[in-house]
Design a binder for this molecule. Structure first.
Ligand SMILES: [Zn+2]
Length: 130
């Protein structure tokens, strides 16, 4: 895969992301490096990266795909049911347990779909305790 300006810009935007950006978010960020980039190019580049196992694609509650680099450690995601905010649980032992279980079968996990849905305990929209 040639390191085109567009690919480098999208890769840098993914690398710098501390959140879970959509293709639109990545377009906004990558345009700082490559102003000529289009949304269709970003989608094409993300598909190429995904085909090569370089990125993970997640679709959470809002139905929009978000992206993160596959080189990051596998982790579970906790999605706030009110705000849609995605919180990572990087130290989730369950994920490590799945990785270990897969390895005993001779597999390296490439993705884990472990989504937890919650609401902040101090959120006034939260369901009252019974
Ligand atoms: Zn994540």
């Amino acid at each position: 895969m040639r390191a085109t300006k567009g690919r480098q810009a999208v890769l840098a935007a993914l690398d710098e992301a501390s959140d879970h950006p959509t293709a639109e978010d990545l377009l906004m960020r990558a345009r700082k490096t490559d102003p000529a980039l289009s949304l269709s190019s970003v989608y094409r580049i993300l598909k190429e990266f995904h085909d090569r196992g370089m990125v993970r694609r997640h679709v959470f509650t809002q139905g929009r795909a978000v992206w993160e680099l596959a080189q990051r450690a596998l982790h579970a995601h906790l999605i706030d049911v009110h705000t849609g905010e995605i919180v990572e649980l990087p130290g989730a032992d369950l994920v490590r347990m799945y990785e270990a279980a897969a390895e005993t079968l001779g597999y390296r996990l490439r993705d884990v779909r472990l989504e937890l849905y919650g609401e902040r305990i101090d959120d006034e929209r939260a369901s009252p305790h019974v």
